[in-house]
Design a protein around this ligand. Structure first.
Ligand SMILES: [Zn+2]
Length: 336
């Protein structure tokens, strides 16, 4: 048979076979990275680039400039950055959820009918201007803070914990392994050292305050005690479920076992996200969930039927964890 007699369909088949012969083997690192890229789409492109294309731990495992402390140790020395580079105004984002973070790191106040739950607490320099003043600006009283949820014990998320505990009597919730690391810090560490309150193990925790339940999920990986959260928010009275991913970057020792732990936590989050019908994905770095942009967009009027800027659907939330799990599995294979 000559080429002259090939039908269009046969030509298409020949081309397809050629392409698939060049595709990475199923289950290979390349195939996992390709799958992660597809899962990320445009929604999580920045996160995909950070953990799949340029994982932190390729840079000798150190924290990124001025960022979180090495695990097990105290916070790295750093200069307080120019306020103009990080300060963000506070915003009411949902009926019961308030953004009190910086342009870079998220902190949230979740209001209930029995007090406030704060989620993550920023570097020490941002505590007063963002969290305390921010809450007052929004009409919230910091004395109503009952719980402080720490996603993981790195300085960019936990340095406000001791102040909220000491000044307002708030209970600090942290993963057991991250408490162990925190309590090793010097008393002179930025923000001080909180006293051990509520330690969450593998089994997780259902934290109830008034009319609100936060489902605290142990998701070790980014740190050994990383916690993630599911909680309800209301958008003009309509209830939505948030999946809050507590740790993202691969800045931990580059060992296969660590990537396996991280991967398994992403799979667990997928299961819980489906069961909970989560339609909002949040992270604790604004680069990963565009929190600062979304908080500002949420201030604008919407046309009838237009979704809240944070609302997606459960399939989109699942794609985040699928991406993160595939990136971790690719790295696990690459280090073996
Ligand atoms: Zn961290």
């Amino acid at each position: 048979m000559t080429l002259r007699f090939l039908s269009g369909a046969a030509l298409f088949t020949a081309v397809t076979l050629t392409v698939s012969a060049q595709a990475p083997a199923p289950g290979s690192p390349d195939a996992l990275i390709t799958a992660a890229k597809r899962a990320a789409g445009a929604d999580y492109a920045g996160t995909f680039l950070r953990i799949c294309v340029a994982p932190d731990n390729l840079n000798a495992g150190g924290p990124r400039g001025g960022g979180p402390a090495p695990r097990g140790g105290g916070p790295a020395p750093r200069a307080v950055p120019d306020r103009a580079t990080w300060y963000a105004k506070p915003y009411k984002v949902f009926d019961n959820l308030y953004f009190i973070g910086t342009r870079i790191h998220s902190a949230w106040a979740l209001a209930t009918n029995a007090g406030i739950i704060v989620i993550d607490t920023l570097f020490d320099y941002a505590i007063e201007p963002e969290m305390i003043e921010g809450m007052k600006t929004l009409g919230l009283d910091p004395r109503d803070i009952k719980y402080v949820l720490i996603s993981h014990a790195h300085g960019d998320h936990d340095q406000g914990a001791a102040l909220l505990q000491n000044r307002y009597g708030a209970k600090v919730v942290m993963g057991t392994a991250d408490w162990d690391a925190t309590l090793q810090r010097a008393a002179s560490a930025p923000g001080g050292v909180p006293k051990r309150d509520i330690a969450v193990g593998r089994e997780g925790l259902k934290l109830t305050l008034g009319d609100t339940i936060v489902d605290v999920i142990a998701t070790p990986g980014h740190t050994p005690g990383t916690l993630s959260f599911f909680f309800p928010v209301r958008d003009a009275g309509r209830s939505l479920t948030v999946a809050y991913s507590g740790g993202t970057a691969f800045n931990f020792p580059r060992q296969a076992a660590n990537f396996a732990v991280y991967r398994d936590s992403q799979r667990k989050m997928t299961e819980v996200a489906v069961a909970a019908g989560a339609t909002v994905l949040m992270s604790n770095h604004t680069e990963f969930d565009r929190a600062y942009d979304r908080a500002r967009i949420a201030q604008l009027p919407r046309v009838v039927g237009e979704k809240h800027p944070y609302e997606t659907d459960t399939a989109t939330v699942m794609r985040y964890f699928e991406m993160a799990g595939n990136c971790a599995e690719a790295q696990r294979l690459l280090v073996q």
